[in-house]
Write a protein that binds this ligand. Structure first.
Ligand SMILES: *Cc1c(COP(=O)(O)O)cnc(C)c1O
Length: 376
């Protein structure tokens, strides 16, 4: 069922808006991405509460569809996921905090080892306890964020081999979503060489965008996040993913603004004609990035019954305004809703209007919205 056809809520909505997450669309996107990863597999990246979509619900849905490997950023996130997924392999991307080995073992979390200091601490723990749950080795291939440098990886590979410490070697692209960026090709070559230093250990490189670089660029395990949630992993062309999130905001009131009067803080928008303005119960405290109403960028378009209604005036903390003059008047009454994120105007569209990336739009969606999971 496409996201547009969800029935409106019957019960009175006491929150400012309803965030609907289509779990069936997430699963369909995971299957699409798994086909691109074949003969390797696709994991599920569910950090930051599954990009705002709800890590436990998403983890359960993907687990039921056959996903057996997950990535979170923090051990706290991993603990919450472990409770929902007793058998999955759960990797923690941000690595091993000092003194955290026992906590990792207690929840059977696998650190993504990203520095020699983390490696030393994990190795000491493993040799003292015989712990064999596995860990990933992060190799830096040019992003200079996390991971062993190539010369550190070479030195590590030259050491006499004891018991296998790693269940995965991985690296991360810096620019895979920029079509033809030269760093992407360099990182692929560097990773191929570095991963070959650890024969027999499964390798993982692609994020969402990396899966669209062709089959020759795939390894054993892909790590898609953004594309699972309907974001466009190929921003230079049409979005191949199914939309996942829909955000319906509640109209607090509709009012007529005479021509020449202004709306909102700073009086930044002036009604060119007599206009009908709908004020909705969501603002920047709900993750409506305030830069979206800065002049010069694309308009933010809410939709009512298929009619585009531009957001006008500055976004307040808890309120925002739309020019709904073009919408049917009976659809813009108190208690009605306006769709801000839908398949007509999605996460990537809002990001363009706000001068940012859809990742930030998704992960900013606040906990004040009522979250509704469908298709699970
Ligand atoms: C966030 C993250 C991913 C997922 O990236 P997307 O672009 O969302 O698919 C994969 N790997 C690492 C190391 C990450 O930090």
């Amino acid at each position: 069922m496409p996201a547009a056809e969800f029935a409106p809520l019957a019960a009175p909505d006491l929150s400012g808006g309803v965030l609907t997450v289509d779990l069936a669309a997430i699963v369909a996107n995971w299957k699409t991405l798994s086909a691109l990863a074949a003969p390797g597999a696709a994991a599920g990246v569910v950090k930051a509460d599954a990009y705002g979509c709800g890590a436990v619900a998403v983890g359960r849905a993907l687990g039921a569809a056959g996903c057996i490997t997950f990535f979170v950023a923090l051990p706290e996130e991993g603990k919450a996921l472990r409770a929902a997924l007793p058998d999955a392999a759960i990797y923690v991307l941000n690595g091993l905090p000092p003194g955290a080995c026992e906590a990792f073992a207690a929840a059977r979390l696998r650190p993504v080892i990203g520095s020699l200091a983390e490696l030393a601490e994990w190795e000491a723990f493993v040799s003292a306890t015989g712990w064999a749950e596995g860990a990933a080795l992060h190799l830096d291939t040019g992003m200079n964020r996390l991971g062993l440098r190539p010369e550190e990886a070479k030195a590590l590979a030259l050491r006499p081999r004891g018991k296998p410490l790693f269940s995965l070697v991985m690296s991360h692209y810096a620019c895979a979503d920029e079509h033809g960026h030269p760093l992407t090709a360099r990182q692929l070559v560097t990773f191929r060489e570095a991963a070959a230093l650890f024969p027999g250990v499964p390798a993982s490189l692609s994020n969402s965008a990396g899966l669209f670089l062709g089959s020759a660029a795939q390894f054993d395990l892909a790590r898609p996040g953004y594309a699972l949630y309907g974001g466009n992993p190929t921003p230079w062309t049409a979005n191949p993913m199914r939309p996942v999130v829909r955000l319906d905001l509640s109209i607090v009131q509709s009012r007529i603004v005479p021509a020449g009067e202004t709306v909102g803080y700073g009086a930044r928008w002036t009604a060119p004609n007599t206009s009908r303005i709908a004020v909705v119960s969501a603002g920047y405290a709900d993750g409506l990035l305030r830069t979206a109403t800065a002049p010069g960028l694309a308009p933010v378009l809410g939709y009512i019954d298929g009619v585009a209604c531009p957001m006008v005036g500055r976004i307040s903390m808890d309120l925002a305004a739309f020019d709904v003059t073009a919408a049917p008047v009976e659809k813009v009454q108190r208690g009605d809703t306006i769709a801000l994120l839908s398949e007509r105007f999605g996460v990537d569209d809002y990001a363009r209007a706000a001068g940012t990336v859809g990742y930030e739009v998704l992960t900013s969606l606040s906990q004040r919205y009522q979250r509704r999971h469908v298709g699970g």
